[in-house]
Each structure stands twice: as structure tokens, then as C-alpha cells.
Design a protein around this ligand. Sequence first.
Ligand code: G3P
Length: 226
Amino acid sequence: MKLLIDNADIEKIKKVYEFYPADGVTTNPTILAKSGRQPFDVLKEIREFIGEDADIHAQAIARSAEGMVEDAHKIVAELGKNTYVKIPAIEEGFKAMKLLAKEGKIKFTATAVYTPMQAFLSAKAGASYAAPYVNRIDNMGYNGIEITQRIHDIFLNNDLETEVLAASFKNSQQLLELAEYGVGAATAAPDVIFSLVKNDAITSAVETFIKDFEKLVGEGKTMKDC
Ligand code: G3P
């Protein structure tokens, strides 16, 4: 399962990259709006930092299918290879997906996915990924993990090449369940990633090892000093 960062704050992205294995960055219009900066200034800064081999996902904004296709061309022209254009899985979006698939040049991710049927239709229309919003689905009173797993199964059982890009997480357990299930990718906010292994028992175990070693060889000393 790829792990991506769902954010546009370059300092937070840099911090995740410093400490954790990350495969790229996803954004949405709300995330970009939070930066208060021009969208392509932010997106190009992210691309420059993560490099051309990492994945970046940026969303088309237009309401019409033709407008989404124009947005897609602009996004890929600015951000280069390994860019996925997020297209909402709504009626105009499916039309845009079909147009993009026919062109055959731009990879796209179906977004705002709340139901397996949206994911199925997006996959049929040629999406590389479909992005179910796990936590938002939970908040609607349904089971976001189960729906995401059903989507994964639908792709497998229909020989569709589309993969799940699960989004909208609030905790480690949600991500773990999907890793166990082997979905293609998940994207989480930096604060969720920072808390994935935050656990007093783990910290305490490591501290005890260091303190015991220091009793043996002296405070502040490590293997290199021995
Ligand atoms: O990009 C969509 C998804 O990441 C939304 O996440 O945390 O706003 O529910 P969230």
C-alpha cells in the first residue's frame, strides 16, 4: 500500500518526508485554499520537493466535463509526469473521465467517492485510482473501511486495473485495516501520520534501553563511543 500525504503545507510535507516513508502528496481544493497562496505556486513547490518520481494528485475544479479536461491538461502541463488529476465521481466527472481515457495521455483519480457504485463506474471509465473518503463515510453512519474493502474487491473481481486510494483518515487503526487488506494506496494528513505510532509503551521501551546502556558505559555515550 502506497502512503501519501494529504496536505499542501510544505513544511509539514518536509517533516513527514524526513521521518517517514512517503510515496507522494495528494491535495484537494480545500487543502489548497488553506495555504492562502496561488494553487500552482504551492503545487509546483511540492513537486520540486518530492521529485518527479513521486506521485502528486491535484483536482480539476470546473463543473463541466470539458472544463475538467481543460483543467487536467493545465495541471499535468505544470506538474509533469506522475501527476494524477482528481476528477469528482459525479455525472460530468464520468464524462470527463471517458474523454481523458480516450485521449490516453493523462492519469486520473476518481474523487469524492462515498459509494462502491461511484468507484465501479470510475474504474470502468478508466480511472487509475478511486478515492473513498473513509472517515467521512463513517461520519454519515456507514462503515468506511467496509465500503473501501468492497471497492477493492469489486476491482479485483471484475479484472479492473483501478486501485483504491483511500482518503480521509482519523486514526492508525483505519489505515492498518486497509494495509492488511492490501489496498493500493492511502493518503492521510500529516497529523494523522505523526500519530501512527505515537504510544507511551514504545517510547518507554526505547528510553529504558538507552538508560540501561548508559549505566554500563556512561551518560550520553552510544555505540560509537565504545
Ligand atoms: O481529499 C479528500 C480527503 O482527503 C478528505 O479528507 O480529512 O477532509 O475528510 P478529510
